[in-house]
Design a protein. Structure first.
Length: 162
């Protein structure tokens, strides 16, 4: 009887050691979020018809889309951007939580003139990036484009939904 107890105790020890081993870690794959063209946007020099640049855009115009924005994406093509459309002109603040690449944020008034910028927003940074003035639209593009095109306050934006 004593040997059966020892044998049972030995099996219990082996079972405990084996069950405490690290289980294989699950790898959770996240679906890639692909760009979906929903419109076009052009930027013009103020007081002229001189076009500065042209973009294919995605449009964020509901709560889910405006809260998610470009999060969980690895990159964006140079002539692509995301236009956020809000119901009213107001102060808006953005952050880069779960955004994996740097962006320039272009804040646009209801009259479609550029009101302010936040250049080279740092990936994953959760600090607020304020519009500084009331705006109705925010246009996110790859970092460095505001400087490359020498955009200025007062430059004009036009967009068209598909």
């Amino acid at each position: 009887m004593k040997s059966i107890g020892t044998f049972t105790w030995l099996l219990l020890c082996i079972w405990t050691v084996c069950s405490c081993k690290d289980a294989p870690k699950k790898v959770v794959k996240q679906a890639t979020v692909a760009f979906e063209k929903e419109g076009t946007l052009s930027i013009f020099k103020q007081n002229t018809d001189s076009i500065i640049t042209h973009f294919d855009i995605e449009i964020a115009d509901n709560d889910y889309e405006t809260q998610t924005g470009l999060m969980y994406r690895n990159s964006m093509e140079q002539q692509q951007g995301m236009l956020f459309i809000f119901p009213n002109e107001a102060m808006h603040s953005f952050y880069m939580k779960n955004t994996q690449f740097p962006l320039d944020l272009i804040y646009i008034k209801e009259d479609l003139t550029i009101a302010s910028f936040q250049e080279n927003a740092e990936p994953f940074n959760e600090n607020g990036l304020s519009s500084k003035v009331p705006v109705k639209y925010v246009f996110e593009v790859n970092a460095g484009l505001v400087q490359k095109w020498q955009l200025a306050l007062g430059d004009k934006v036009e967009f068209k939904k598909l």
